[in-house]
Ligand binder design. Structure first.
Ligand SMILES: C[S@@+](CC[C@H](N)C(=O)[O-])C[C@H]1O[C@@H](n2cnc3c(N)ncnc32)[C@H](O)[C@@H]1O
Length: 229
């Protein structure tokens, strides 16, 4: 992970943002007689990100409707036994970090004076974003497009090149294109990459993959339209 974030740092403009979506994972238990252990990866990721050259800005919680998440509370509901309490986990974290640099944000915002203010859109005034999850027949863990839309709205300007290094089914890329950003995607699973390519109607120029391996990664470059090469 550290290597991926260092590589991102190499291509991200000084002072721009990286946003990482994480939630605790369950580690595989050796057998049924063992308790499953949850692991809060975001606590480790803070160190990985700071060592890779970013500093912490915010934690945003993606809050989901309770019926959409796995039920963990029913045991306690029945027994009310202390220690057996396991709440339903309705949040994921968006870890918002900025690439280390010696200047203030004002400098990053220079040159965008005539940006679209989107006056009619409501503003998310807290760090809790209430968004229903999405499911997809082609991928087991997709983001709702609304989540990507908010990340793009608050952390990029129209016309910016934006990158998703864990592209999956390409939700971020779709939202980015609709919002006038230029997406660059990476996805290590060639099947997913090919789905993104075919659904994009030829927008993406796929590099890497079978026959042209670059480590494990398949890079789905931004559309060639408008790049002039
Ligand atoms: C949670 S999914 C992302 C889903 C995506 N946000 C969407 O809406 O479809 C994470 C994806 O990252 C990919 N992945 C994991 N490690 C990777 C790596 N080192 N390089 C590129 N892709 C990677 C996985 O194959 C998986 O499709």
């Amino acid at each position: 992970m550290g290597e991926s974030f260092r590589e991102c740092r190499r291509v991200i403009e000084d002072g721009r943002f990286i946003i990482v979506n994480v939630s605790p994972v369950i580690t595989r238990r050796p057998g049924r007689e063992f308790e499953s252990i949850r692991y809060p990866i975001h606590y480790d990721l803070h160190r990985v990100l700071t060592e890779a050259g970013y500093y912490f800005v915010d934690e945003i919680l993606w809050v989901k409707p309770e019926p959409s998440v796995p039920d963990r509370i029913s045991g306690y509901r029945q027994t009310r036994k202390p220690l057996s309490y396991k709440p339903n986990c309705i949040t994921e974290s968006l870890m918002v970090y900025r690439k280390d640099c010696a200047f203030l944000l004002d400098r990053n915002m220079r040159g965008y004076e005539d940006y679209d203010r989107h006056e009619d859109e409501p503003i998310d005034t807290t760090n809790c974003w209430h968004i229903a999850p999405k499911y997809d027949k082609n991928h087991p863990a997709v983001f709702p497009e609304e989540l990507c839309r908010r990340v793009l709205r608050y952390y990029s300007f129209e016309g910016d090149t934006v990158m998703d290094i864990f592209a999956g089914s390409g939700t971020f890329g779709r939202a980015a294109r609709k919002m006038g950003r230029i997406p660059v995607l990476c996805e290590m699973n060639e099947d997913y990459a090919r789905i993104i390519e075919s659904e994009s109607g030829g927008y993406y120029d796929v590099r890497g993959g079978s026959g042209e391996k670059r480590g494990q990664q398949i890079t789905i470059w931004e559309g060639l339209q408008g790049r002039g090469d």
